[in-house]
Design a protein around this ligand. Structure first.
Ligand code: FMN
Length: 347
């Protein structure tokens, strides 16, 4: 596999016997520095970029191109685009596929009002005909694997079947389904049953996405959906060991849980990875809080921990609060209490 191009490696992954484990695209999170940290913890089989914003006059964002060129993971990277201009998306895809990437991905899920009001991202789910036209143009322009990441609908899953028919028609190579509507944002009630429906109906592999929070849950989602793999976002920020734990669980081995002190070391690594020369300390603390919002949920007594973390402004206070809760040898599942409650709601 070493001599293969990233797109051939990615295509081979899609045919592999083991479930594909992907790190989800997360704007302002999944940059080069974050990929590097993730890869040190075992890492994903494939990494999605933050999205390239595409319109008539756009050029591919340089920092995302740089993250592709310097990809430190040793695994394929998938370049994600967001936009609604079929010609501009096809032009950009043509440029991006000259980079060392595994695939080109179209974002059909972003729930940010500023995006969907322009009928891009999740907003496109209200316009199936437009998706049809865009995928037609992209399929023609893209010689490497073409993938789509979608939610199950805009404000209801009523049009999901129609969407699946469109995806089928354009012979996409992989579909990731985040089992929520756009209107649902990140609220509980992930529709794993509809992800399963997609996996049954499409010829291409389907990745299940939404709230995968632990190795047992990962295997349960694979079993329930019949998906070819999982895409994991916030669960991997919270627990960078998660991909490796899923592999351990698949092999029937005991899952290795990190001790509190290892979680503390991970936060130190994130701090160092995210440090920008000349960045004021308070801004750096602020930047780390973005990650701590997710990591904190996996800490026992998440409430008091997050309460403290959200108030600190100096590096010293930041790490004092972390050490108060994590400087111990006890194994941690890093699973949020609410995740279990949400699973119960879904059953
Ligand atoms: C901070 C953040 C940024 C995100 N940015 C993107 C993005 O750029 N493109 C995308 O397709 N999804 C984006 N998402 C959605 C995730 O990729 C994923 O679909 C969602 O978080 C559900 O998966 P999870 O429960 O495993 O996190 C983002 C999510 C978060 C939390």
């Amino acid at each position: 596999m070493l001599d293969m191009t990233p797109s051939a490696t990615f295509a081979a992954l899609l045919k592999g016997a083991e479930p594909l484990l992907a790190l989800a695209p997360m704007q302002d999170v999944t940059d080069l520095a974050f990929w590097r940290v993730m890869a040190r913890y075992g890492g994903a089989d494939a990494y999605w970029t933050e999205y390239f914003r595409v319109h008539a006059a756009s050029r591919p964002e340089k920092w995302i191109v740089d993250s592709i060129l310097q990809n430190p993971t040793g695994r394929p990277v998938v370049a994600q685009m967001i936009g609604n201009d079929a010609a501009a998306l096809a032009r950009t895809a043509g440029e991006l596929q000259r980079l060392p990437i595994g695939a080109i991905d179209l974002n059909l899920g972003c729930p940010a009002p500023v995006v969907y009001r322009k009928c891009a991202g999740g907003g496109l789910l209200r316009e199936p005909a437009k998706i049809d036209a865009i995928l037609g143009a992209l399929r023609e322009a893209v010689a490497i694997p073409l993938t789509v990441k979608t939610r199950i609908g805009f404000d209801s899953p009523a049009a999901f079947e129609e969407l699946l028919a469109i995806f089928s028609r354009h012979s996409i190579d992989l579909l990731t389904v985040h089992g929520r509507t756009v209107a649902q944002m990140y609220r509980p009630g992930v529709r794993y049953d509809l992800i399963g429906e997609a996996a049954r109906r499409l010829r291409c592999p389907v990745l299940a996405n939404g709230n995968v929070h632990g190795p047992d849950h990962a295997l349960a989602v694979l079993a329930e959906t019949g998906a070819a793999g999982l895409m994991i976002g916030r669960g991997a920020i919270r627990n960078p060991w998660l991909f490796e734990q899923i592999r351990q669980r698949r092999r029937g081995e005991a899952v290795r849980l990190p001790a509190g002190r290892e979680v503390l070391a991970y936060i130190h690594e994130l701090w160092d990875a995210q440090a920008t020369p000349g960045c004021p300390e308070a801004a750096q603390v602020q930047r780390l809080k973005k990650f701590m919002n997710f990591i904190g949920e996996g800490v026992t007594e998440a409430g008091p921990f997050l309460f403290e973390i959200r108030r600190v402004t100096t590096r010293c206070d930041f790490f004092r609060a972390c050490a108060d809760h994590l400087d111990h040898d006890r194994p941690m599942t890093l699973e949020p209490a609410e995740a279990h409650a949400a699973d119960a709601v879904n059953q």
